[in-house]
Design a protein around this ligand. Structure first.
Ligand code: CTP
Length: 140
């Protein structure tokens, strides 16, 4: 049984996220996705449009994802790898080299990012089309 884990915010879920999950899931038998909580994003100076619960619900509905867990702090990755008996830690290659120290615990892979799509680009593009609407305002 090969379990893979990946981490991210996954706001405004898009095809770049789907393709990452599809390729990671194909590396083994089970894909766990750790979704950043709103509090953790705030620590990083990031604000997601969708709340943690909404993002987790969307990610969990993707057919390549077997389990969603919250990511609440930077140091939890090593703990998660041991707790879930992870074989592969995978991220997009915008993170190339950033998590190499985890290779003492499991394989670490960086997959090429899908070009020309990101949550930030979607937000900027919508903001440009609707200049009077604050896209960063979280919907309640
Ligand atoms: N990712 C990807 N291809 C994309 C966008 C993201 O493979 N076009 C991957 C990232 O490399 C990362 C994961 O998806 O491993 C989560 O990235 P996240 O930052 O949540 O998505 P982005 O669309 O990059 O969001 P932002 O613009 O806020 O950084």
């Amino acid at each position: 049984m090969k379990t893979i884990i990946t981490y991210g915010t996954f706001d405004l879920f898009h095809f770049g996220h789907v393709r990452l999950f599809k390729r990671l899931r194909a590396l083994g038998d089970k894909l766990i996705v750790a979704v950043s909580t709103d509090e953790f994003n705030a620590l990083k100076g990031k604000a997601a449009f969708f709340s943690y619960l909404q993002r987790a619900e969307i990610v969990e509905a993707c057919k390549y994802v077997d389990m969603v867990v919250p990511e609440t702090h930077w140091q939890q990755k090593a703990k998660d790898i041991c707790k879930h008996d992870i074989s592969i830690f995978g991220m997009g290659d915008d993170w190339q080299g950033e998590f190499d120290e985890l290779s003492i615990l499991c394989d670490v892979v960086y997959l090429s990012r899908t070009g020309e799509i990101s949550s930030t680009e979607i937000k900027n593009s919508l903001a440009a089309k609707m200049p009077n609407h604050d896209i960063n305002k979280v919907q309640k």
